[in-house]
Design a protein around this ligand. Structure first.
Ligand code: MLT
Length: 258
């Protein structure tokens, strides 16, 4: 799969940013802008999302997305990277560790989880996937998701572009490609019992107000890993790198120096 990818900077260390669901690489614009003075940064659109073509399959697994990232590194002639994934991007990150650990220098897990879906959650995803295909759009998710993803301050801030970027990413996404990824998330592997084996230096970050990946759940992930540090991002919910990029970026810089 050839992925659409934004690449900036020329530092010796590379960070690959993998977006959440149902977003695209525009969610990382503040990271690409502010961290490119120090690092090489690559932010792909996952297959079937953003500007990357769908494969045509009805299911896209997290393992396939991880393999796509490894192929992208080959194409960019990058041997090793720090993998930074938000939510769904984090699910891809666990698979990247399992399948391509020789290429993983560090891991940054933002607002995510290590568990698989329970049967009720998986069924809900399949229904959402069917609705995207039937309606030929992902736009209905804008209203369905917004209060779970951003703080009320973010939603009410007329000067902030966070909500408008969120709306564009969701409503412009390819319904068939996005539905395939939703089905892939519904059957993802549970990494909870493998956390103690993941010894790569890891930064676990989450928004203080994230109701989908609350601080207690994210701290438990960091505590179960041998080499992980946990930080809470203030004034932020599930989209913490977008809602509070100043704090998120300074945590990333500090972590990359450790
Ligand atoms: C995300 O932001 O990627 C989603 O919340 C992931 C999910 O639906 O589990």
């Amino acid at each position: 799969m050839r992925l659409n990818c934004e690449k900036v900077g020329s530092g010796a260390k590379t960070i690959v940013f993998v977006h959440g669901f149902p977003f695209d690489n525009r969610m990382w614009s503040a990271q690409l802008e502010e961290l490119s003075d120090e690092f090489t940064l690559a932010a792909p659109d996952m297959r079937g999302m953003g500007k990357s073509a769908a494969s045509g399959a009805s299911v896209t697994t997290m393992a396939e997305l991880a393999d796509d990232v490894a192929e992208l590194l080959d194409e960019l002639a990058i041997e090793k990277c720090t993998f930074c994934g938000l939510s769904m991007g984090g699910y891809v990150g666990w698979e990247f560790w399992k399948r391509h650990s020789d290429r993983l220098e560090r891991f940054i897990l933002c607002d995510s989880g290590a568990n698989a879906d329970a049967s009720e959650g998986a069924a809900k995803r399949l229904a959402t996937a069917a609705k995207m295909e039937a309606e030929g759009t992902c736009a209905f998710l804008v209203d369905g998701m917004k209060t779970n993803l951003m703080t009320s301050q973010t939603l009410e801030d007329v000067h902030s572009s966070v909500f408008s970027t969120f709306r564009k990413m969701v409503s412009e996404n390819n319904p068939a490609g996005t539905a395939a990824v939703a089905r892939g998330m519904a059957q993802r592997h549970d990494f909870t019992l493998e956390l103690s084996e993941i010894s790569v230096p890891t930064l676990v970050m989450t928004g203080v107000n994230d109701v989908l990946s609350p601080p207690a759940k994210m701290k438990a992930i960091a505590d179960a890993m041998p080499n992980a540090r946990f930080v809470e991002i203030p004034f932020a919910a599930h989209l913490s790198p977008m809602e509070n990029p100043e704090r998120g970026n300074s945590e990333i810089r500090a972590f990359m120096k450790r």
